[in-house]
Design a protein around this ligand. Structure first.
Ligand SMILES: *Cc1c(COP(=O)(O)O)cnc(C)c1O
Length: 486
C-alpha cells in the first residue's frame, strides 16, 4: 500500500511558479495604476452574499481561488493605498514591504522565542525605534498588532510598577488606581483601563487648552484631589498626535509633573512618533525621550503594511516583571544550558501577552534598508505640507470653515452655507464623496460640531489632491442644491 499524498506542496512546481508570477504582475500593476482607479466602492449584494458559503470540503485549486480573489475581494478593498484616501488615520503601505510579505511568509517564522534571525531583526527594529525617539539603549520593546495593544502592554507595566509583583497574582487588592489623559485621548486608552481590570472611569479625562493640549493646572489639581480621597494616581498618558486634530501634549512639563508625583509617563504617539525622523518636525516631540513607555504604529505614518505597532518600555526588566511566565515546555531551562535553538533569551513571549508571533520586523527592516529613515521623515514633511496647503485653501474658500488649527497632518473643517442642519449636511457630504469613489474622508466632532476630517498619512498624496478635494466638496454641495451663497 502506498502512503496517501497529504502534503500541500505540488508534485511539480511549474504551475505554482506561473501562478506566483501572475500574482506578482497583478500586485505591481495595481500599484502602478492606483491613481486611475476608484478609491473605494461598495461590495454588491450578490458578492457580499457569496461570503456566506458553507465550508469548502473540496478545493477548486489555487488558480481558481486566485480568480475568485480578483473577482470578489480585490475590487472591494478599503482603499487606503490610494493617494486620495484621507479617512481616519491610515497608512498607505509601500511596495517594498508589499513584496516582503512574500519573503516573510516563505520563512513562516514564529517570533515568540528561540534563537533565530527573526528575533535578531526584531531587536534591531526595537533598538532603531528607541534611537529614533532618543530613549536609552536599555529600552525594551515589542512589535505588536497596533497602538491599541501597545498602549495596553504599557499600562500593564505601569500597573506592575505601581503595585509590585502581587498585582499579578492577587489583582488590585483594593488599590484604587487612577490615570490621567486629555479629553482627546484615543478610545483604546480607556479600553486598556477596562481590560486591565482597573475600570475606564479610573482614567480621568482632563480638559484641554485652545490648542487641544492637556491643561496642566487641571491635571495637577485632579492628581491632588485623587490623592486626598484615597486613590492611587499611577500613570499619565500623554498623547502626541491626537486622533482628531493632531495636537501634541506638552511632554516636558508632563515629564516634570510625573517625576514630581512619582507617576509613570506613557506617551501614545501612535502616528506622530514618526515626526522624529523629520528635522523640521522633530522638535514637536521634545520630551518624549523622558517617557517610561511609548506606543506607536509603523502601519500609519511609517508606511508599513498592516498590522504593525510598537511598544517601547524604558526598562526592559519591567516588561519581564509584568509578563514572564514559567512554563517548562518553553523555557530555555537552566539558563546556563540555554543553547541551540532553545537559547536566545529573553524571549518576546516573556515581554508581552502573545506566545506565537509573526515576523513583523522583516517588512520594517526591508523598508528602512531600502529607502532609509530620512525618506520616511520626508513623507512626514510632505503630508504636513499637504495639510497646511488644504488649511490655507479652506480659509480662502467661501463656504468652508476650518474648525481646528492644523497642528500636523490633520485638517478638521466643514461646509457651512449658513443652514441650520450643518451636522447632517456635512455627514452627507462625507458619505457622498465616499460613494462617488473619488475620495475617502471621514468625519468627527470638533467643539460639538460635525466636521469633515482629512488626515494625510499616505506617501502618495500631493497638494493637487487637496485642491481636488475642495472642488469635490463644493460640487457635492451644489449637487445637493446647497451651493455657496454669494
Ligand atoms: C490609531 C491610534 C491608536 C490606535 O492604534 P491602532 O494601531 O489602530 O491600534 C491609538 N492612539 C492614537 C493617537 C491613534 O492615532
Amino acid at each position: 500500500m502506498t502512503e496517501p499524498q497529504t502534503s500541500l506542496d505540488p508534485a511539480d512546481w511549474t504551475g505554482l511558479r506561473a501562478l506566483g508570477h501572475r500574482m506578482l504582475d497583478h500586485v505591481i500593476d495595481r500599484l502602478a495604476r492606483l491613481r486611475h482607479s476608484k478609491v473605494w466602492q461598495p461590495m454588491p449584494a450578490p458578492i457580499r452574499a457569496s461570503f456566506r458559503a458553507t465550508l469548502p470540503r473540496t478545493g477548486i485549486g489555487a488558480d481558481a481561488a486566485y480568480d475568485e480573489f480578483l473577482r470578489r475581494i480585490a475590487p472591494y478593498a478599503s482603499g487606503n493605498t490610494h493617494p486620495r484616501f484621507m479617512g481616519w488615520v491610515q497608512g498607505g503601505g509601500n511596495p517594498v514591504a508589499m513584496l516582503t510579505a512574500l519573503l516573510e511568509a516563505s520563512l513562516n517564522e514564529n517570533c515568540g522565542g528561540r534563537d533565530h534571525a527573526g528575533l535578531a531583526v526584531e531587536r534591531q527594529i526595537i533598538a532603531w525605534s528607541a534611537e529614533m525617539l532618543g530613549l536609552p539603549t536599555s529600552t525594551g520593546g515589542l512589535l505588536v498588532t497596533g497602538s491599541s495593544m501597545a498602549n495596553f502592554i504599557a499600562l500593564l507595566c505601569a500597573r506592575r510598577q505601581a503595585l509590585g509583583a502581587a498585582v499579578r497574582t492577587h489583582g488590585l487588592g483594593g488599590h484604587r488606581l487612577t490615570g490621567y489623559a486629555q479629553t482627546g485621548v484615543h478610545r483604546c486608552v480607556p479600553g486598556a483601563f477596562d481590560m486591565a481590570g482597573i475600570g475606564s472611569d479610573a482614567l480621568r479625562r482632563i480638559p484641554t487648552d485652545a490648542a487641544c493640549r492637556i491643561d496642566l493646572g487641571a491635571l495637577e489639581a485632579q492628581i491632588i484631589a485623587d490623592r486626598a480621597t484615597g486613590h492611587t494616581p499611577f500613570l499619565i498618558v500623554a498623547t502626541a498626535g491626537t486622533v482628531d486634530v493632531g495636537a501634541i501634549d506638552p511632554l516636558p512639563a508632563l515629564a516634570d509633573l510625573a517625576a514630581r508625583y512619582g507617576l509613570w509617563l506613557h506617551v501614545d504617539a501612535a502616528f506622530a512618533a514618526l515626526a522624529a525622523l523629520s528635522p523640521r518636525h522633530a522638535g514637536l516631540l521634545t520630551g518624549i525621550e523622558r517617557a517610561d513607555s511609548v506606543a506607536f504604529d509603523f502601519h500609519k505614518w511609517a508606511q508599513i503594511q498592516y498590522d504593525c505597532g510598537c511598544v517601547l518600555v524604558r526598562a526592559e526588566q519591567l516588561m519581564l516583571d509584568s509578563f514572564a511566565q514559567n512554563a517548562p515546555y518553553l523555557s530555555a531551562a537552566p539558563t546556563s544550558a540555554a543553547r541551540g535553538l532553545s537559547g536566545g533569551t529573553p524571549w518576546p513571549c516573556d515581554l508581552g501577552p502573545d506566545l506565537s508571533r509573526s515576523f513583523r520586523a522583516l517588512k520594517i527592516w526591508m523598508t528602512l534598508q531600502s529607502y532609509g529613515a530620512d525618506a520616511l521623515g520626508a513623507v512626514v514633511d510632505q503630508t504636513c505640507a499637504v495639510a497646511t496647503h488644504l488649511g490655507a485653501l479652506i480659509d480662502a474658500t467661501p463656504g468652508l470653515t476650518r474648525l481646528a488649527p492644523v497642528a500636523l497632518n490633520i485638517v478638521g473643517f466643514r461646509y457651512d452655507d449658513g443652514g441650520d442642519d450643518l451636522d447632517a449636511l456635512n455627514a452627507d457630504l462625507v458619505a457622498d464623496l465616499q460613494d462617488s469613489g473619488e475620495f475617502v474622508v471621514s468625519s468627527t466632532v470638533i467643539d460639538g460640531k460635525r466636521a469633515i476630517r482629512a488626515a494625510f498619512v499616505n506617501h502618495r498624496t500631493v497638494k493637487a489632491d487637496a485642491d481636488a478635494l475642495v472642488a469635490a466638496i463644493l460640487a457635492a454641495a451644489t449637487a445637493r442644491q446647497r451651493p455657496i451663497p454669494n
